[in-house]
Design a protein around this ligand. Structure first.
Ligand code: NAP
Length: 339
């Protein structure tokens, strides 16, 4: 009798353990599928996706200087920041376009208090010094709180072999030399005040190989290196840096854009940029798949990431020449459907 009770007890407890193990397994499978679904439908990295709203108090009444504000992402950033109550300084080369943007801005300090500062990032240190002095003088009580380095120069996609010296110089003059010089001239003002925030529009091409865009990619890698280093040197003196790396973004002026390319809207890109900056994120990635997955692979499993990009490289350059989708999974197999 005693023996039978013991057998029954063992069987019941084993069954319970089996049931518990099965439950844990089911939960893991369920969580795995949720993770896969979330990742497949994500439009930003996981940290960025976890932040839902911009912190308005970080922007309201703050002075934000945006370069490249005359069109594209810069123009949308200006609109969203104005509506969050920022005091704006908007820059680009074309004054007429900046005037139109200014007239469209709405917010606590817009359009009346919005300052237009025309600026050519390729114009050299003396001219950029003048621009910084002007920007600092517009709102003398506060100076510039945020500098959003958004302006950039990008050529149509070409093979590495077709890069011209003129294209190389133009890209580096604007994207790298101008941006770094402006930073070097503005940072001392921020350091004197004990705070300042650089928001840098880099690119997915600054995190992964970008076949067909070697020089543009090199310029964005250069920015990532410079600004992450600047932060490490100056963060203890109040300087913050947010490097934003968007993949393909839909703007009103995408040249050579292919309809099948899945792009994040410039509104979403601007909103996520402001979320990243106001939450003090050091780096943020904005993109749909498959670019986002490639960014994760190259960052965390570079052997696989670079192997994958080696499969894609030649096909992507050919796809660009045929005006086909340059962000398609089918590039892995060498299938370039014309647009
Ligand atoms: N669009 C995308 O798919 C994408 C993807 C990843 C990253 N990004 C990055 O996001 C940023 C904005 O991209 P976007 O597509 O919105 O750019 P965009 O439409 O080409 O606009 C570029 C802006 O930069 C200004 N600019 C160009 N050359 C300049 C110079 N020498 N000096 C001063 N300003 C100059 C332009 O105005 P003026 O011509 O009047 O000077 C314009 O306002 C860039 O940094 C870009 O690399 C874009």
């Amino acid at each position: 009798m005693r023996h039978n009770i013991s057998v029954t007890f063992t069987t019941t407890s084993e069954r319970r353990e089996e049931e518990q193990a099965m439950l844990v397994l089911l939960l893991c499978v369920f969580l795995f599928f949720i993770f896969v679904f979330k990742f497949a439908t994500a439009y930003g990295d996981f940290t960025l996706m976890s932040k839902k709203q911009p912190k308005r108090q970080e922007i309201q009444d703050k002075v934000v200087w945006i370069t490249g504000a005359s069109r594209g992402i810069g123009k949308i950033l200006a609109k969203q920041l104005a509506s969050l109550g920022a005091k704006l300084i908007i820059s680009a080369r074309n004054e007429a376009e900046l005037n139109i943007v200014k007239s469209e801005l709405k917010g606590k300090h817009a359009p009346d208090e919005v300052k237009i500062l025309t600026l050519d990032l390729a114009s050299g240190e003396d001219s950029l010094r003048e621009a910084v002095q002007k920007a600092e003088s517009f709102f003398p009580d506060s100076g510039v709180d945020y500098m959003i380095h958004n302006a950039a120069f990008e050529r149509p996609k070409t093979s590495v072999l077709d890069v011209t010296e003129e294209g190389l110089k133009a890209t580096f003059d604007v994207n790298v030399l101008g941006t770094i010089t402006l930073t070097k001239l503005l940072a001392p003002f921020m350091l004197k005040r004990g705070h300042g925030h650089f928001v840098v529009m880099s690119s997915a091409a600054g995190k992964t190989p970008a076949p067909g865009q070697a020089v543009y990619s090199a310029s964005k890698y250069a920015l990532n290196g410079y600004f992450h280093t600047l932060r490490s040197e100056l963060c203890q003196q109040g300087i913050r840096v947010t490097v934003v790396c968007p993949g393909p973004i839909e703007t009103s002026n995408n040249t050579g854009m292919v309809s099948s390319e899945k792009r994040v809207s410039s509104e979403k890109c601007a909103e996520l940029t402001i979320i990243a900056a106001t939450h003090g994120l050091k780096e943020a990635w904005i993109s749909y798949q498959p670019v986002l997955a490639v960014m994760y692979l190259v960052q965390y499993m570079p052997t696989i990431g670079y192997w994958l990009m080696d499969k894609v490289g030649k096909n992507r350059v050919e796809a660009a020449q045929k005006k086909a989708n340059t962000y398609s999974m089918s590039l892995l197999l060498g299938k370039n459907k014309a647009a």
